[in-house]
Design a protein. Structure first.
Lengths: 149, 149
DNA sequence: TGCAATTATATCGTGCACGATGCAAATGTA
DNA sequence: TACATTTGCATCGTGCACGATATAATTGCA
């Protein structure tokens, strides 16, 4: 049985999985300076944009469940990047607030996106191509998160 | 400071990271039937295509280092999906060979790719679009693996 | 009101990823 | 031929991901 559909080179998920890992690795030197991991950086981007969200609201934005987020936020609290407090309105909810230290990391993060995108633009790949790719990925996110529910 | 470049919606890595995870999750029902994880499935795809490779050769194909692969292969050997033996030519190398059980899993895997691609094709996303996306990802893999060395 | 169902978060166990380190075999070179 | 260097693999520690499960607060409804 030849089955070309099972060849690695014909897969779509494998390049997605690899590029995701490789780009995360490309972030590493910048994130190391900030003492952050990539998922921690994602949490900070959410909080920089919108502070004081609940764990659940962060979960929805990052598409990560609380079994991933809770320990992650716990570590970040220990690092004094954010604080977690029970909501007084709904004692089940935990409100996450960024600290001064967390806010200051934003300055260090400012140049990261431009540096990263420079790496990804080539003779064959324009900014337009990247936008197009992002649109496709966002449509897939819509499809694949709908399926879950 | 407004810094739109730090908004989650303007990132390219975040949708890559999310889609990679979500597609892996879409594989899960199929892989569960086979008792495999996604990385284990990747190893099998390599071996189905080319049996008897060394750990290093698998490492190059999957872009995973031995610190990830060694434990993964060890688990797969325990599951009796493959065997690991020192090469007699070069005692440093370990040659990985698929077992009968591993070969038989291929039959179960055959329909997976088509089922997966059905999920990913929509009104707005054609097979052509997917191919184009894959080409972009492969170019990025080239760039980002060159950078490493 | 009473109580089952739902919701929000946390914990546990397992399996990746990956940087750092170790070790033995092979290679290169003085 | 000695021996430093390189190569191939493995192990360790840490931090995700994620399914399963637990717990407490809230909600819904008979």
């Amino acid at each position: 049985m030849d089955s070309p559909q099972l060849k690695l080179s014909n897969q779509i998920c494998f390049p997605l999985y690899s590029v995701s890992r490789l780009i995360t690795k490309a972030y590493k030197p910048y994130l190391d300076e900030m003492g952050l991991t990539y998922p921690q950086y994602l949490v900070l981007m959410v909080l920089w944009e919108n502070d004081g969200l609940t764990v659940n609201q962060i979960s929805e934005k990052l598409l990560l469940n609380t079994n991933t987020l809770s320990p992650l936020l716990k570590r970040m609290e220990k690092m004094e990047i954010l604080k977690r407090n029970r909501s007084s309105e709904d004692e089940r909810s935990v409100i996450v607030q960024i600290t001064e230290k967390g806010k200051q990391l934003k300055t260090l993060a400012m140049p990261i996106p431009e540096n990263l995108i420079k790496t990804l633009l080539t003779e064959n790949i324009s900014m337009e191509n990247v936008i197009q790719l992002k649109d496709m990925l966002n449509e897939w996110i819509k499809i694949l998160t709908d399926k879950d529910n």
